[in-house]
Design a protein around this ligand. Structure first.
Ligand code: PLP
Length: 373
């Protein structure tokens, strides 16, 4: 079955108890035991599992072609659970451009867990090989990356990781499973902030891990989630399940709009560089063409005039909203270094743009008037 069809039907079967066509939300925190302590449907207590979450996890696994998926309270809760499943003493490589929360986790928390991390330019595969240590257990990739839209070759990274007896994890938040399928390219686990395109309406937080193979880590990850408690509410699970059902249509439009904007702004005198993998001059364009179906709804603009100009442009938009986050129906723009805070490594002249589902001509007109001042 094609992905578009799977996403509408998986986990969304008609409710056998009532015949309801739209999936129900079960808010119950606890589930009845039978006379011999047997369970109705395998659920005991909400923090361990619940029916709404199970429906979504089935859909999440299908979306990436994995054997199993786990839902978390946020994208970062999913990341931290995965890192905590690695043995103490493990070393991880992560990209030099990566979601800043992952960099902070690597710097501030992995050492507390007895782990270490090194940042490397993953476009340079020799640099990746050179950065491996005997204790490297994980390569963490993010492509296209947040916020510079760098692209890395997932098949090549999978080969490098596996030759070293390490695993490849891919944060697929920007691309979504509609445009890129890391497990098919050799990755072992996919990570999502479901807060973004999966939810799709800027009104729900969630995170997911999708495992290529259930063994050996599914039970351990379930244990970590159940005991450390980074669990999503059933209502959030339901909103993400609802979002997944329209993901394919939305992402196609996001990507078409972003490509139109990237082309319209490329060469504008106020813009030094448009970072968008769909542009032929983008350094990762050839790889993106190979491993993505389209180039996604995110782009960033390095503008002339430094921080001052970037902040001024973001304040002049009328249709876009000057706000962080991404993947919603409405278009957003932000001065990225300000959103990331004092530890940011993002250039001060960078504006990150989440292209929404409005008409591309209206979006381009708004950005042009903001750039022209
Ligand atoms: C690429 C990427 N990964 C992970 C996260 C973290 O997700 P959350 O905010 O749901 O914890 C984000 C958030 O912006 C992100 O952009």
């Amino acid at each position: 079955m094609k992905l578009e069809t799977l996403l509408i039907h998986t986990g969304a079967e008609v409710d056998p108890a009532t015949g309801a066509v739209a999936p129900p939300i079960h808010l119950s925190t606890t589930f009845e035991h039978g006379p011999d302590c047997q369970l109705h449907d395998g659920h005991v207590y909400i923090r361990e599992s619940n029916p709404t979450q199970s429906r979504l996890e089935e859909a999440l696994a299908a979306s990436e072609g994995g054997e199993a998926a786990l839902l978390f309270a946020s994208g970062l809760a999913a990341c931290s659970a995965y890192l905590q499943s690695l043995p103490s003493g493990s070393h991880m490589l992560h990209p030099d451009d990566v979601y800043h929360g992952v960099r902070e986790m690597a710097q501030d928390f992995m050492p507390r867990w007895g782990q270490a991390a090194t940042e490397v330019d993953m476009a340079d595969l020799d640099a990746v090989r050179a950065a491996l240590r005997p204790e490297t257990r994980l390569i963490w990739a993010e492509t296209p990356s947040n916020p510079l839209l760098k692209v890395v070759d997932l098949s090549a990274l999978a080969e490098i990781a596996h030759a070293h007896d390490a695993l490849l994890a891919v944060d697929n938040t920007f691309a979504t499973p509609i445009l890129q399928r890391p497990l098919d390219l050799g990755a072992d686990v996919v990570v999502h902030s479901a807060t973004k395109y999966m939810g799709g309406h800027s009104d729900v937080q969630g995170g997911a891990l999708v495992l290529k193979e259930r063994e050996p880590s599914y039970d351990d990850l379930t244990h970590i989630r159940g005991v450390l408690g980074g669990v999503a509410s059933p209502f959030n699970a339901w909103l993400v399940l609802r979002g997944l059902r329209s993901l394919a249509c939305r992402v196609e439009r996001h990507a078409a709009n972003a490509l139109a904007i990237a082309r319209a702004l490329d060469g504008h005198p106020a813009v030094e560089t448009v970072h968008y993998p769909g542009l032929e001059e983008h350094p990762g364009h050839a790889i993106a063409r190979r491993q993505m179906r389209a180039f996604g709804g995110m782009l960033s603009l390095a503008v002339r005039g430094g921080r001052e100009q970037a902040v001024a442009i973001a304040s002049r938009v009328k249709l876009f909203t000057n706000a962080t986050s991404l993947g919603g129906v409405e278009s957003l723009i932000e001065h990225r270094a300000s959103s990331e805070g004092p530890a940011s490594t993002t250039p001060e002249n960078l504006l990150r743009v989440s292209v929404g589902l409005e008409h591309s001509e209206d979006l381009i007109a708004d950005l042009l008037q903001a750039l022209d001042g």
